[in-house]
Design a binder for this molecule. Structure first.
Ligand code: ADP
Ligand code: MG
Length: 314
């Protein structure tokens, strides 16, 4: 039996720090990322992919703001869907081109626009924390707060920015389709940007909400749904560090859940970056997953095989 792995790709898989975000830049990065994914497939792993969308959905939101005088701006859920299609397309093309060169070209990539159920009573809805979209002046931000039910905050001296809730992902709505495609041998790209957050009413009807789901926590849900052996979270640092940015900073190579939980409670992992990754690995192994790994993108296969990254076990 081939081992199944859900790979969560970080922002650097699509856009490098300092780049403007042209189509050519993003395509080039995605090609390099696809090469890492292909290495895992060639080594015999069954790969399911998910990815972040922060900079891309940020761009779409800016385009919507600036274009609003000519065309109606779209709400966040639709912007999220647009970003899934955009990024999914780049990965499908890059992976497809790689597969066409392979001797055993049985795989085919496919991207699913994915909705993720959240709880309307999630406390996150009372405390929006996730900054999204363009920066504005204080006057403009205050005008928006009075006109719409939006929360805006002053963001570290850089201007005013909208913040939205980041509720916990409960369930991937399209999970059966994901599983069916994985079973058929497709390389599925799903739940991009953490998925489109939706709530379900009493009659079972879905509705998009103005929120952002953390992509690492959604990756754990995806890994659970496809019964993955491993969860591999790829980012721009080689290992998880304790005492981060202090003289006593120390990388974690192999750690069990109970030890990692102690570090988590001690506050070693920043909210919004390493925090959710650590939480996702803990949930995965506690829910029965064999091993979860946090590693650098260019060390993906080595990390999966156990010699790089931070290995989290039960
Ligand atoms: P991604 O796009 O891959 O999700 P993030 O920026 O969200 O990337 O998370 C990765 C970043 O987390 C690293 O670049 C690092 O600066 C930061 N980080 C915060 N706390 C830690 C920690 N304890 N150990 C390692 N990196 C940390
Ligand atoms: Mg992140």
């Amino acid at each position: 039996m081939r081992k199944r792995v859900v790979v969560a790709l970080g922002g650097n898989a699509i856009l490098q720090r300092g780049q403007r975000g042209t189509a050519a830049e993003q395509m080039e990065n995605v090609k390099m990322t696809a090469a890492q994914v292909v290495k895992m497939i060639e080594a015999g792993y069954e790969v399911i992919l998910t990815h972040g969308n922060g900079p891309q959905v940020g761009t779409i939101l800016i385009q919507n703001e600036l274009g609003a005088r000519q065309v109606p701006p779209m709400p966040m859920d639709i912007c999220g869907a647009e970003s899934q299609g955009f990024i999914g397309y780049l990965f499908c093309q890059a992976l497809g081109n790689h597969f066409a060169q392979m001797k055993n070209r049985s795989s085919q990539p496919i991207c699913l626009v994915t909705q993720v159920k959240v709880d309307p009573d999630d406390p996150a809805f009372l405390h929006p924390t996730k900054p999204v979209g363009p920066f504005f002046t204080e006057d403009e931000a205050r005008r928006r707060m009075s006109e719409r039910s939006e929360t805006w905050i002053e963001d570290a001296g850089r201007g005013w920015r909208r913040v939205v809730p980041s509720p916990d992902p409960k369930e991937i709505i399209e999970r059966e389709a994901v599983v069916a495609l994985v079973e058929k041998g497709y390389v599925v790209i799903a739940s991009g940007g953490g998925g489109i957050p939706v709530v379900v009413d009493r009659e079972g009807k879905l509705e998009g909400v103005e929120a952002v789901i953390d992509k690492d926590l959604a990756a754990e849900r995806l890994a659970h749904d496809v019964n993955a052996d491993f969860l591999l979270i790829l980012t721009d640092v080689p290992q998880v560090l304790i005492n981060y940015r202090q003289p006593s900073e120390k990388p974690l190579s192999k750690v069990c859940a109970s030890e990692l939980e102690v570090y988590q409670e001690e506050g070693h992992f920043k909210a919004g970056s390493m925090g959710p990754k650590v939480e996702a690995t803990l949930r995965f192994v506690k829910n029965g997953g064999k091993r979860a790994i946090i590693a650098r993108l260019d060390e993906a296969l080595e990390a999966l095989e156990g010699s790089r990254g931070t290995q989290v076990v039960r």
